[in-house]
Design a protein around this ligand. Structure first.
Ligand code: KIV
Ligand code: ZN
Length: 511
């Protein structure tokens, strides 16, 4: 039978120890519910002795979140253990997680304890915890820099006292896959032996960027629990990124030969929730959950993926909740890729409309480097399929802080090129007044909104406007890296609709 690897999530404990992260109780509860939806096996909800806030959040999670085991961290001292138990006692499946350093460095400089004292403290602590609950995890902190024989001795003391999960932390991210794997193999042989009720666990930090590789090496060596955090957040460089481990085990089941219980379709939303609440951004090229993880920009890759997704994708973006693969259009994309992208969006543009939209896309791509499908939709929608009564050729803006803003617009209408200039309360207002003159309509601006389409210093903004003319309202949208230009495009779109209406009223067409 295939072994299952337990997924132990410590986003709310080790993850929350990341510099600058301070999650409130409601935030922690929301993440815990999301982790339960994701189907992790264990949620380490916090370190209750660390603060009142941590205690309250762990208690709430233990009371309200069902499904996963709810673990609380404690040092092997009575005050910590009692407090941790008090926090998780209402959980459906509580676990106490005790840790004590076993490296000479930590014992001498941090704990100021001898080896015998550490062994005794581990025994007494686990026994006390075991008096409260049956599910006890023990971690010899800084295990990878500990003398292996001594570290293993302490683990055996913990097992004799009642611990059933032995977690081997690479606390400072020092291990390499080969030496971590060898250490885990030794712990499996000397601590677990042939006992089916003992789990050996991995807990890696990413100081050398090896946390995921080390965790996977540990699985190959017999670890059957992997600890980590969503998006790899955690102390210093972070923890093992759980989404990566889960997808590596799933995608390469042929290699690892183990199962994981998580519902991977929740990975993306879980990642985004954690990112939003912790305010830690997810890097664009982050494996599995990065926004570019399933995005293709080069023409050759685009061509391959459009014909057969698996030419350049080893995972299905749907399987991790990322939706469809993304074809990212850049300045090197041609009409074919552009047309494909429009088709995917359900937008049909022909002949001149297509050419105009393509030119517009190229000029944006030239400035921005890339245009995503979302950005593309917005770029082309303000081109519209509607014939333009008036077309904006160019716009000049002068004035500003000390002088009255003046907008001069050059427009084309019925084969004529005309110029109109107007002052306004600001650049946007001046542009609007000049354009209403160009259209020759008596319109007022009743709503104006700006929203970002892309992020960054050169972000594109979408401007949405509503103008009123003769009691009727008309909407328009414009997109640009420049808000006044975007506004002008939005006005032109709305005023064209208004002008069409005025024309059809004049010739008596049905409306
Ligand atoms: O990194 C570490 O050693 C830990 C332990 C508390 C498990 O987070
Ligand atoms: Zn840690």
């Amino acid at each position: 039978m295939t072994d299952t690897v337990r997924i132990f999530d410590t986003t709310l404990r080790d993850g929350e120890q990341s510099p600058g992260i301070a999650l409130g109780e409601e935030d922690k509860l929301a993440i815990a519910h999301q982790l339960a939806d994701l189907g992790v096996d264990v949620i380490e909800a916090g370190f209750p002795a660390a603060s009142e806030g941590d205690f309250a959040a762990v208690k709430r999670i233990a009371r309200e979140v069902r499904g996963p085991v709810i673990a609380a961290l404690a040092r092997p001292i009575p005050g910590d253990i009692d407090r941790a138990w008090d926090a998780i006692r209402e959980a459906g499946r509580p676990r106490l997680h005790l840790f004590l350093a076993t490296s000479d460095l930590h014992m001498e400089h941090k704990l100021r304890m001898s080896r015998d004292e550490v062994k005794e403290a581990a025994r007494i602590g686990v026994e006390r915890a075991r008096g409260y609950c049956a599910d006890i995890e023990f971690s010899p902190e800084d295990a990878t820099r500990s003398e292996p024989a001594f570290m293993i001795e302490v683990c055996n003391v913990a097992v004799e006292a009642g611990a059933t999960t032995i977690n081997i932390p690479d606390t400072v991210g020092y291990a390499t896959p080969a030496d971590y794997s060898a250490l885990i193999a030794r712990v499996v042989a000397e601590v677990k032996g042939d006992r089916d009720d003992i789990y050996i666990s991995t807990h890696c930090h990413d100081d050398l960027g090896l946390a995921v590789a080390n965790s996977l090496a540990a699985v190959e060596a017999g670890a059957r629990q992997v600890e980590g955090a969503i998006n790899g957040i955690g102390e210093r460089a972070g923890n093992t990124a759980l989404e990566e481990v889960i997808m590596a085990l799933r995608t390469r089941e042929d290699h690892y030969g183990v199962a994981v219980g998580a519902d991977t379709r929740y990975l993306f939303t879980t990642s985004r929730l954690v990112s939003r609440l912790t305010k830690y951004p997810v890097q664009y090229n982050k494996a599995v959950v990065g926004r570019n993880a399933f995005a293709h920009e080069s023409g050759i890759h685009q061509h391959g993926v459009l014909n057969e997704r698996t030419t350049y994708e080893i995972m299905d973006p749907m399987a991790v909740g990322q939706g469809e693969s993304k074809i990212v259009l850049g300045k090197h994309s041609g009409r074919a890729a552009f047309g494909d992208a429009l088709n995917t969006l359900g937008i049909v543009l022909e002949d001149e409309d297509f050419e105009r939209a393509f030119e517009r896309f190229k000029s944006v791509a030239d400035r921005k480097g890339e245009v995503t499908a979302d950005g593309l939709a917005t770029i082309v929608t303000d081109e519209g399929a509607l014939d333009e009564v008036v077309r904006l050729v160019s716009m000049d803006l002068t004035g500003g802080d000390s002088t009255t803003p003046l907008a001069t617009v050059k427009v084309e209408s019925r084969g004529l090129t005309l110029e109109f200039a107007a002052e306004g309360d600001g650049m946007v207002d001046a542009a609007f007044v000049a354009l209403t003159q160009a259209f020759g309509v008596d319109a007022t601006l009743v709503d104006y909104r700006v929203s970002p389409v892309t992020m960054g210093a050169d972000a594109m903004a979408a401007v949405d406007v509503i103008v009123r003319m003769r009691g009727r309202t008309f909407t328009g949208r414009g997109v640009s890296t420049d808000v006044v230009q975007g506004s002008a495009r939005a006005f032109v779109a709305a005023l064209n609709k208004a002008a069409h209406k005025a024309l059809s009223d004049a010739v008596g067409e049905p409306t």
